[in-house]
Design a protein around this ligand. Structure first.
Ligand code: GLN
Length: 308
């Protein structure tokens, strides 16, 4: 049928050129097979078209930030969260501190500082970090429509040298942006990043956003439509870090990337898109993933600024 054929052809055409490098600061990711390549497109009624390694698991990494932000918006309301985490693009790398002058409020939830703060808002402040992580894992599973596990080896590999994220958490604690023990928070935040997903899962998770918060297969309203609007807006302006402007101008749909090579894109009312290729460009976004999304956007007319 035409869609799978199209996706397979797109993969062949983009796939032969594989520049960039796997993330070097996490040994498990550095050693990932750089030839992995997958694409999945999910309609909002839950039909998933795939090509390549779409059922192989890898760690969700920063793509989790969009969904955890959604979970805390749903739990506490948009105003409560906005007082603690901003919605302004930082224009800086994902692991920059990027706090608002004076207040200590992270600029947005798609960079590490804002994502760490968002993680601490899941559940009551006093619950244990392992309970909080469990809530995160359950929440992400609801978006995927299946129980997601986490990859201990990716976690152990990252936590050993997570000094920079621990430093960010300490700065957040210094400004009273978070109230928990910084090192405990980073242990669980790092577990959150090590949750395993397939490209198919990611397409369904973004299709849940595209579908106004209703998981297309289970029918569960995971988050409200207002929450989805907030999350997709921030994905659009901040989801690709310091490549966000270029992405918006050339590809033009809300997206989020992770350092294991995943990218999601969500077209409101239409489709959820996911790509996977482990080698990254200089901004930490998947090199072939960005090019596959560009081709999809051009071929299928997915730029949200295009007049119909
Ligand atoms: N776990 C990674 C980190 O916090 C996630 C970064 C990413 O995917 N861009 O450094």
């Amino acid at each position: 049928s035409p869609i799978p054929d199209y996706l397979a052809r797109l993969m062949r055409e983009i796939g032969s050129d594989n520049p960039g490098a796997t993330a070097s600061y996490i040994p498990e990711l550095k050693n990932a097979d750089p030839n992995r390549l997958a694409i999945a497109v999910s309609t909002i009624d839950g039909y998933v078209y795939t090509a390549g390694d779409a059922d192989i698991e890898f760690s969700i990494q920063s793509i989790s930030k969009a969904f955890v932000y959604a979970l805390v918006l749903e739990e506490h309301g948009i105003d409560y969260v906005r007082e603690r985490i901003g919605v302004e693009p930082s224009g800086e790398a994902f692991n920059e501190l990027s706090l608002e002058e004076g207040t200590g409020r992270p600029l947005n939830p798609m960079i590490n500082a804002g994502a760490i703060a968002a993680y601490t808002l899941v559940g009551e402040p006093q619950i244990s970090e392992s309970e909080r992580f469990e809530k995160v894992r359950k929440g992400l599973s609801a978006f995927a429509g299946r129980e997601l596990a986490f990859d201990e080896s990716v976690f152990l590999s990252e936590i050993k040298t997570a000094y920079r994220n621990i430093a960010i958490a300490n700065m957040l604690r210094n400004y009273n942006t978070i109230s928990q023990n910084p090192e405990d928070v980073i242990v669980s935040y790092t577990r959150q990043c090590a949750i395993s997903v397939t490209t198919r899962d990611l397409a369904l998770m973004s299709a849940t956003l595209a579908n106004g918060g209703v998981q297309p297969v289970t029918g569960e309203q995971v988050v409200s439509r207002q929450v989805v609007r907030q999350v997709m807006s921030v994905m659009l302006t901040c989801g690709m870090y310091d490549e966000a402007g270029e992405w918006l101008a050339t590809i033009g749909f809300p997206s989020k990337s992770g350092v294991a090579g995943g990218i999601i894109g969500a077209l409101p009312g239409q489709v959820g898109i996911a790509t996977w290729s482990p080698r990254l460009d200089s901004h930490g976004n998947s090199e072939r993933g960005v090019r596959m999304c560009k081709r999809l956007s051009d071929d299928m007319g997915l730029h949200i600024m295009d007049a119909p």
